[in-house]
Structures are given as structure tokens and as C-alpha cells.
Design a binder for this molecule. Sequence first.
Ligand code: AKG
Ligand code: FE2
Length: 403
Amino acid sequence: MSKRTLDAFFAAPKPKKQKKSGLYKEDSKGVIELEPSPSPSPSPSPLPVVVTSKETIEIVSDDDEIAVVSETKAVKSTSVAAPVILTNTGFAIAAPDRDTSPSGPPSIHPTYPFPIPSLPRHLLESMQPSKEPRAINDGIDLDLLCYEPYMASSLARDYGEFLRRELPFYRVQYKINRFGKETEINTPRYTTVFGIDDTSRFSPDGQILDARTGKPSPANKYKTCRPRPIPQCLQSLLDATSECTNTSYNFALVNYYASGQDSISFHSDDEHFLEKEPAIASFSFLGARDFLLKHKPMKEQGQPVEGAKKGEDKPMKFNLTSGTLILMRGKTQSNWLHSIPKRASNGVRAPAIQGRINITFRKNMTAAGTENYYRYNVGTGPVWKWDEKKKEMKLHVADTSDI
Ligand SMILES: O=C(O)CCC(=O)C(=O)O
Ligand SMILES: [Fe+2]
């Protein structure tokens, strides 16, 4: 969401708790793959049995957010034999026959706080959609394509864990003017962004070039940010998504919702620097979360309120599980709002909410759009990085040993 949209957002008082209207915000599936193993040598593997469980969760609050609203060369490497792990239940955990060696050197750029490893080879080979999409268009001006799943569950988990572990994240704070008063906003989720708008491109060695002339761009073209090339681990999914959705993208925005308290308020991705009727590809990895969609108020759009169409009064709800891709296209962004509401993380009937990665691929047309995306998704604060031992985000301390 852009600053312009935010300003419009705060032009009226914000209702407290549930039942919101207009643009105001509110702000897991367990998968076990088992292979019966009567003997210690279970190969060749039959198809895995996938056991899933659904949970019921409730909305806890809808205030806070202020929603904002290298290319690398593959190198040959050797495959590691997949181990078979025997459990004390008499089952062996299916050990996939996969090559987890890196598919190339890490992606590096002066703007990255640390090198970003290239994908393990088994993931790089799994970037194409696993099935045909289903159209969802049963609301007025709603035009969605849902790949459910785009990526099978164990690959989606590996990919989600890879991104969570290897990407730099930020907890962006910024100030807005709300009813004439300066207000500090704490974005209620981890964010990060890579990419550059259509007027520029990166050279193979990471310099910013003018997209039309191919010459280096003036050093002051981007005044408030340092655009970062999309690392291989995201570019490979972007390329596969471009191909299957027949759309080009130049930005990857990543959200990490660490718990049910992390969220994004109702908004639409209708920034003026995107194309008209933009196609936005939105992926989900790791923990499942509810995704709400509701029609913008008809009145606001100069249409009669009577005969409200599906989604306007009561939001449509999708439980987005790991590996799902939702493509929002056509008139969706100009007519619909979407959100990931807060959820109770330890409800009686609900297991703890697991962290969730979201990636959106978009096509940004202007340099101002680039500045906007970096301002609201990287900001000026410290870097957070996943601590694999503690299983949580930790402030990243730059390694100065080489300086
Ligand atoms: O996490 C999601 O599924 C939605 C994210 C989103 O709407 C956004 O980043 O604009
Ligand atoms: Fe969005």
C-alpha cells in the first residue's frame, strides 16, 4: 500500500475493534508424511500418506496496524544419498530422494546485509506449478486464480524454511500524519523487499542501468533507498510464476507473520505506480492463515448500497495453506480489500499459530514506486535474521571481522 493510500486511510476516525467498515483495518496445518516400514530397508518408496489437520481459530482484535499499508550461475554439484530415518513407532519417515546441495553460489550485492544462498537443487527444480489453477469469480468484479497447491507440501515447507532462514527482514516503523497529529506506526509483521521498477534494470554485476538506454543511471535517481536485485532464490519462483500466469513482475515483497499477533489490515494493492488492473501473485508458505476479502463499500464507488454484493457485508474467507498461490487480477484490486487478520495463537481448540511466509510478485512502473516499496518494507531500522537454534527472529549483528 502506498503513502497516498495511507493518507486517504486516515482521513476519517478509526472504528475500534471488530465490525469495521470502509478502509479501516483490523489489524496450521500439520502435515506428516509417513511411509509404513515393515523392514529396515523400505525402498523403493510408495507414494507418501499425507495426514492433515485443520484448526478452528478466532479473531482477537482488529486494531493496530496501520496497514500499509544476481544473478548467479548454476554450478555442478554432487547429489547426497537420502537417509532413511527409523522411528520408534515402527514407521520410517520417508526420506525423499532429493539433491539438497546448493544450485549455485550465493547471491551477493552491496545492499544485502549478508550473502543469500542459492536454492538447494531439489527446490530449484520444483518451481513450476504442480497443478492447474481454479478460477474464483463469484463476487462482483472479483477475479482470482487459485493454485491449490502450487507447490506440494514437503517442498513448500523446505522452501518456506529456506526463505525464513536466509532472507534479511525488517520491522518497519514510520510516521504518518493522523488528524493533524504525527503518529508512529509499527508495521505488525516482518517485511523485506527486492526489485527495481520498469525504468531501470540491474547489470549482471549489480549496477543500476537505465532500462531504455542500458547506460548507468545517475547516482541520485533513487534518493531515499538503495534498490536491491532479486536474489536467485526468489527470482527462480518469480520466473516460473511469470510463465504460468503470463505476466511479468519486477518486485518481490516478502512478509513473515511470526505469530497470530502479526497481521496486515484491510487494504488493496492498487498503487498508482502499478499497471492498470494489476496482476498480483501471492504465495503462502509454512503456517496457514485466514485471508479475508471484502468488496469496497458500493457507496464509496458511487453505486447504490442496496443489494450489496457478495463479500461487501461479510468478508469471504480463505484458509491459505502452505504452497498455495492466489493470483489477484483484473478489477479485483480496484474493487476489493484484503487482509490477514490477527488470530489467537493459543486458543483452547487451536494449536499455536505457526509462522507464515507470504511472497507477492508485482510489476512496478515508476522510480517513485520503488522508493515507496523500500520505505515501507525495508525502512531505516535494524536487520532481523532467523535464529535456527532458538527458532525465532533475532537482531542481526553485522560481521565486522573482515573490516
Ligand atoms: O500475507 C498475505 O497473504 C497478504 C499480504 C498482502 O496483502 C500484501 O503484502 O500486500
Ligand atoms: Fe496486499
